[in-house]
Write a protein that binds this ligand. Structure first.
Ligand code: PLP
Length: 393
């Protein structure tokens, strides 16, 4: 069976060129990058080269790139690391501001930090899934040590006004020149594939990325952490040990994955604009066709929120009268892979908290599907998927 994959927000296949550059580092170039001998230095040089390349793509410096085992870990490092750093600074009652639609790796970390006495403010979003900037602005005070707002959402693909928020934070800081807070963190995992992740344009202090969402390997993420003067770090480590990654993430570096991450990022930069255009065209075609076939079946498929300010590959739709879990199984049996919501909560079969935060009723959330297109998606795939959908409906 030729299977159709429409779940690129969950993960992407490793690009052939990425696989090729990784290969030697999984076999003959095996030294520990921390070792001083020739074998170690060969591996260390590869990590350094990858770090420099990634830093250049992000307009950062190599010292600001901290490799982690996943974006989940990078988000944990950003949030917990900032809190630990502030506590070490003997900061008073700490407050974090985030949004109601962050990935679980941010939300669950925030909940855990709440148990440790940190105050967390969850800013609501509009019915289109965009963060309420005015509410965020009024929540900032002198106790706020970190603001974490995702660049693009994993379920609905909404793009948040990161530069606008960074200007608000800067204006606050200008009035409080003695304090380096609040720090600004963004989870740009879903954004990297299609949006400009230049840290200077975004104005962020911390940024999370993951390789497996951009046709790189699984099990490698990174945190951009701004180098501040006179103190070089703005966070404390949450994993301690041999002091790798400038002491911020101990553990022997995953050399093959790091090299693969850099290659995947290079490829993204090459195809970003052309792919965004192609994918957006395909998504438009998919939506128009879905609306047509659903009308013929007397159901009314519609987009959750609207398509403005969205990643070009995301289509989150309401299919009235069809439970998302049932639809997913029927589509999968017919060879089409989609997701009812975020990849991580899909197994829990609970309605999406993102759609709920957008004010959609629970019943609608339970009948909504997320389709995410990617590099391998063709018009022929979409046509085949539409035929299957028509049959199921
Ligand atoms: N943040 C966002 C927005 C995501 O979509 C994901 C993965 O679904 C993550 C974080 C976690 O990424 P990782 O799988 O690298 O832990």
């Amino acid at each position: 069976m030729h299977r159709i994959y429409l779940d690129y927000a969950a993960s992407t296949p490793v690009d052939k060129a990425v696989k090729t550059v990784m290969e030697p580092y999984s076999s003959e170039i095996f030294g520990n990058p921390g070792a001083l001998h020739w074998f170690g230095q060969e591996a260390s040089a590869a990590v350094f080269k990858a770090r420099e390349a990634i830093a250049e793509f992000l307009r950062a410096t190599y010292k600001e790139i901290i490799f982690t085992g996943s974006a989940t870990e990078a988000n944990n490092l950003a949030l917990r690391g900032a809190v630990k750093y502030c506590k070490a600074d003997k900061f008073k009652k700490i407050k974090i501001i985030t949004t109601a639609i962050e990935h679980e790796s941010v939300l669950e970390t925030c909940r855990d930090l709440e148990n440790e006495g940190v105050e967390v403010v969850y800013i609501p979003v509009s019915k289109e899934g965009i963060v309420d900037v005015e509410k965020l602005k009024s929540a900032i005070d002198e106790r706020t040590v970190l603001i974490s707002v995702m660049y693009a959402n994993n379920e609905v693909g909404t793009i948040q006004p990161i530069s606008e928020i960074s200007k608000i934070i800067k204006a606050f800081k200008d009035k409080h020149p003695m304090s380096p807070y609040p720090l600004f963190h963004t989870d740009a995992v879903q954004a990297l594939q299609y949006l400009d992740c230049d840290i200077n344009k975004l104005g962020v202090d911390l940024m999370t990325l993951s390789a497996h969402k951009i046709y790189g390997p699984k099990g490698i993420g990174m945190l951009y952490a701004r180098n501040s003067h006179p103190k070089p770090n703005i966070i404390n480590p949450i994993i301690t040990g041999g002091g790798q990654e400038r002491g911020l993430r101990s553990g022997t570096e995953n050399v093959a994955n790091i090299v693969g991450f850099a290659k995947a990022m290079e490829l993204v930069h090459k195809v970003k604009n052309s792919e965004a255009k192609r994918i957006s065209g395909l998504r438009g075609y998919l939506l128009r066709s879905l609306k047509k076939i659903s009308a013929s079946r007397r159901t009314k498929i519609s987009v959750n929120g609207d398509l403005r300010n969205r990643l070009p590959n995301n289509l989150n739709v309401y299919v009235p009268g069809h439970n998302a879990g049932d639809l997913l199984i029927k589509l999968d049996l017919a060879g089409v892979a989609i997701s009812p919501g975020s990849a991580c909560s899909a197994r829990l079969a609970k309605p999406s908290y993102v759609l709920e935060a957008m004010g959609l009723p629970r019943s609608r959330c339970a009948e909504s599907l997320r389709m995410t297109l990617g590099r391998q998606t063709t018009k022929a795939d979409i046509d085949k998927m539409l035929k299957i959908m028509l049959k199921i409906l």
